[in-house]
Ligand binder design. Structure first.
Ligand code: FAD
Length: 341
């Protein structure tokens, strides 16, 4: 490799027909308790309708709770051994083609999509509320410090988990506390310090489901906020493939480096594997060109890690969360940083 032109390598895979998993069986195993659940339960739910990549296998069972009480009621009847995976609006996840075993929890907009004022310069937002709605509410009320949310396409729970950031601001800088429920259905309130934040990372226990987040900004002139939000939007439209099927930044920026620069220097801008491509516009964004599978996308990502390591000796770390299991025969071996591999 090493040239900066787009290249196609690997085996094109084409669309893979997903097999039915055991959702009905899992649902039946939950017993009569499900009759009291008010949210929607869907066996064998296609995750390619959830992820921004529009790729990936089936969730064995998808649960969309009506509200916090309904979520807790469901967790109380869910046997401990059943895996539970939380997703937000799916803008930073890659689901593997073998699907996600157990339950995928997707908060409903009805119960968790709210955003409201909660005191001076404070905003309380449900965990599936789009980040940009928080930015808009802040602007309407002259609360500064949230313009960066205007350009991030995720929901507030995802922002709290990923410490989403843009334009030099991170979620942790505005976050006061997070309301959450654990795997057993117990409620918790975590302070900013308890969220254990660093770059694109929270060390809050992995089993916590965030239900809402309290933020605080500062007084700012509305026209000024509007101008900042417009600048965020205009900038993104020119430098990111915002209308593509993508998952945002694929890799974290290694300390002292920009991931996109390393990818570019390694000749991976525009690199294609199957139906997946490193965007020519922003080469740290992977895109689904139409028929990409989870396999194509993950294989491409690992190939880029290999190329960057061989060029610069730096191991890129995935920012995108990869969820679920491989389809048998289509496993992607993670690049370990051994060039002779
Ligand atoms: C075009 C584009 C541009 C992007 N630009 C940026 C950017 O500038 N900055 C940035 O930081 N990110 C960016 N992203 C990535 C993404 O939007 C953010 O990471 C976002 O915060 C993810 O939120 P989500 O709701 O989509 O979460 P998902 O992608 O669904 O999930 C991401 C992670 O959060 C966890 N999670 C989600 N909801 C909850 C919850 N309620 N409780 C507990 N855990 C939860 C999931 O388990 C998963 O581990 C971009 C993505 C795209 C597609």
């Amino acid at each position: 490799m090493g040239s900066s032109t787009a290249q196609a390598i690997g085996r094109p895979i084409g669309k893979v027909r997903m097999k039915q998993v055991n959702g009905e069986k899992l649902l039946a195993s939950l017993g009569d308790g499900v009759k009291d659940i008010r949210g929607r339960i869907t066996p064998d739910a296609p995750m390619d309708r959830v992820t921004w990549f529009r790729a990936g296998g089936l969730a064995e069972l998808m649960f969309q709770p009506h509200d916090v009480d309904d979520l807790i009621a469901f967790l109380k009847i869910l046997p401990e051994e059943v895996p539970l995976t939380v997703v937000g609006v799916g803008s930073n996840i890659l689901v593997r083609d073998g699907g996600i075993p157990g339950v995928v929890l997707r908060l409903s907009a009805k119960g968790f999509g709210f955003v409201e004022l909660a005191g001076e310069n404070r905003i309380l937002a449900g965990a599936i509320c789009p980040d940009k709605h928080v930015a808009a509410m802040a602007m309407d009320n002259g609360i500064g410090g949230f313009h960066f949310f205007y350009g991030i396409p995720g929901g507030i729970g995802g922002a709290a988990r990923m410490n989403a950031g843009a334009n030099g601001v991170e979620t942790r800088e505005r976050l006061i506390e997070v309301n959450a429920v654990d795997r057993k259905g117990n409620k918790h309130v975590l302070s900013n310090a308890e969220m254990g934040y660093s770059y694109r990372l929270s060390k809050a226990p992995a089993d916590l489901i965030f239900t809402s987040v309290l933020f605080e900004g500062y007084p700012e002139d509305r026209a000024q906020i509007r101008a900042e939000m417009d600048a965020v939007r205009n900038h993104r439209e020119t430098v990111q493939p915002v209308r593509e099927k993508t998952g945002g930044s694929t890799f974290k920026n290694p300390p002292g480096h920009s991931a996109w620069k390393l990818i570019d220097e390694a000749g991976c801008r525009g690199l294609v594997i199957g139906g997946a491509q490193m965007s020519s516009l922003h080469c740290n964004f992977m895109i689904n060109m139409g028929q990409a599978t989870g396999y194509d996308l993950e294989y491409l990502g690992e190939q880029v890690r290999r190329e960057v390591f061989e060029k610069d000796g730096i191991k890129l770390e995935w920012e995108i969360k990869r969820l679920g299991v491989f389809m048998p025969g289509r496993e992607v071996r993670p690049f370990q940083g051994v060039t002779s591999e």
